[in-house]
Design a protein around this ligand. Structure first.
Ligand code: SF4
Length: 292
């Protein structure tokens, strides 16, 4: 099964003025959008082209998840959401939806609609938590609190919908101890999946400007430092969560900060896996030890 990314042309309340303008300081969605994603194309067109694109690399994929990734994919009227998501699910071979959004872009009506879809299809809503600390969220101009993320995740799970979350490590002002402590905090949430991302400085963002002005305010991970950190973090993480990714990977042409020797995400993942083996450790090990 393969994920096919779709840019449905949403914006987000942190960009259009409803919550804020300018968006999160690190955000440049272009850096993460595959080339076949163009919001002026219909959902059907994007899925068709996405499947063609992936068939060259993953010939054995027979079914697909439509991945609505760019911006906030529940930020619109219920009727509009229905038209998009019904269109995606009616595409032959599409068996489910992956929907990325913000915690302030969801309500009971929308959750009810998604929970109906979830009776017949795989549906997961992924929330960008990014940090468990409100001070950090304010600094990066996120426009919502950690409590709002936690509440949205609890509600989504209570509606019987799979829930995912996203965290960024290396944000200004957070120490390694702060970040490690997040493992315990997120472990209590009813999540099915989780994605991690080392902070990358992306060209054209407010953060890139801040970095240029004063790089010493950043404490970006080296590759070795991140491998050490992420292994220790995972040892403290709820073993029930499926980790979907350990690192993010923006194309080098978008990077305005240090890069890890041009290594791809899958190469970094191999190094992380080797480190787990070397230390003879695993996800949730510290929780097991504490419970003994
Ligand atoms: S990261 Fe997400 S929430 Fe933040 S500005 Fe970009 S699209 Fe909006």
């Amino acid at each position: 099964m393969q994920k096919v990314t779709i840019d449905a042309g949403f914006t987000c309340p942190n960009r259009d003025g409803a919550k804020g303008v300018g968006g999160c300081t690190y955000c440049n969605n272009d850096a993460f959008n595959p080339s076949y994603c163009q919001p002026e194309k219909t959902v059907t067109q994007q899925i068709t082209e996405g499947i063609e694109f992936h068939q060259k690399r993953y010939r054995r994929a027979k079914s697909y998840l439509a991945y609505f990734q760019a911006y906030s994919n529940t930020y619109g009227s219920l009727d509009y959401l229905k038209s998009l998501y019904d269109e995606a699910l009616s595409f032959p071979g599409v068996v489910g939806l992956v929907i990325g959004t913000r915690p302030d872009c969801i309500d009971d009506q929308k959750l009810e609609y998604f929970s109906k879809l979830a009776e017949k299809h795989y549906v997961i809503i992924e929330y960008g938590i990014e940090s468990c600390y409100n001070q950090t969220l304010e600094r990066i101009n996120r426009g919502h609190t950690f409590e709002e993320s936690a509440e949205a995740i609890r509600k989504t799970a209570a509606f019987g919908i799979h829930t995912g979350a996203h965290l960024i490590f290396g944000l200004q002002g957070e120490t390694e101890a702060d970040m490690l402590a997040e493992a315990e905090i997120v472990s209590k949430l009813p999540l099915d999946t989780i994605k991690f991302h080392q902070l990358q400085i992306i060209k054209g963002t407010r953060m890139a400007q801040d970095y240029q002005d004063d790089p010493t305010q950043f404490n970006l991970f080296t590759l070795e430092g991140y491998i050490d950190f992420i292994v220790r973090f995972t040892e403290r993480l709820n073993p029930e969560f499926v980790i979907e990714r350990f690192t993010g990977e923006a194309p080098p042409r978008f990077q305005a900060g240090p890069v890890w020797g041009g290594l791809r995400s899958d190469e970094v993942q191999l190094l992380i896996e080797k480190e787990f083996e070397k230390r003879d450790t695993w996800q949730g090990k510290m929780i097991e030890i504490a419970g003994e």
